[in-house]
Design a protein around this ligand. Sequence first.
Ligand SMILES: NC(=O)c1ccc[n+]([C@@H]2O[C@H](COP(=O)([O-])OP(=O)(O)OC[C@H]3O[C@@H](n4cnc5c(N)ncnc54)[C@H](OP(=O)(O)O)[C@@H]3O)[C@@H](O)[C@H]2O)c1
Length: 262
Amino acid sequence: MLNIDLQGRTALIGGASRGIGRACAEVLAQAGARLILLSRNPTDLQALKASLPHAGQHHILAVDLSDAAQSSQALQTLLQTEKLDVHIWVNNSGGPAPGPAHTASADAYRQAFEQHVVASQMILQVLLPSMRKHQYGRIINIISTSVREPIPNLGVSNTIRAAVANWAKTLSRELAPWGITVNNILPGFTQTERLAQIIQKRAEQAGCTFDEMARQLSAQVPAGRFARPEEIAYAVAFLASPLASYINGVYLAIDGGRLHSA
Ligand SMILES: NC(=O)c1ccc[n+]([C@@H]2O[C@H](COP(=O)([O-])OP(=O)(O)OC[C@H]3O[C@@H](n4cnc5c(N)ncnc54)[C@H](OP(=O)(O)O)[C@@H]3O)[C@@H](O)[C@H]2O)c1
């Protein structure tokens, strides 16, 4: 029987308290990984940690990625204090607020760049020494199908995802000699609080109910429904595992077939 076995591996999971990040935490813990659970709210993280298999082996890191320097410093301190090496990084956090590109403030772009690009780069520099030492690294960025087809009314998000995608693609070539892979997951509509906020906003703009807007969006998906967060997490677990050692620099859409482009 073929198993995804992450025993002996440590994974840093961003945006772990809810949604896609939480599902990744649950699935990677089931696969045997030790986890560092990162998001802002320590109470939510403690509750998640307590609910996971082998709860005692996991750690929490309550930081706000919109302060990249503080977040990466806190990670460095945790790794040194607990003597942890990280092999797997699920690079994930909350998406920028919805809205058109042309009305978004310069600060909204600056803030998104800090949270998604600068924080990613600073965390990468904390994690790289241990990945290189072990000749094993799995960096999995949770971004969006918008890098293939920009999504209306997600102007800042569309912009910043493209930056992360190209950062990752560049890294994938640079880091491959150390056994480190860097891949991008592009989730489609996935049933989380983030999606609920987007549906609510669109419903208000269109003057329809939440349920009507949800029906309109799910009708865009050939599968006819939104993804469950664990459907993203299973792909993350595979990419995190030794089984995916030759998959590097890919953009994997998990969208029920919604994208029209390849
Ligand atoms: N759901 C979808 O349909 C969909 C589709 C495409 C792309 N995506 C993208 O995939 C990612 C995850 O989506 P999701 O739906 O799971 O989002 P979500 O339900 O809003 O969860 C976001 C997670 O990130 C954490 N977080 C938010 N801001 C943070 C910050 N500044 N610093 C540290 N942690 C932060 C949140 O916890 P705290 O609030 O405690 O910090 C939470 O754990 C997002 O970037 C989203 O835009 C989602």
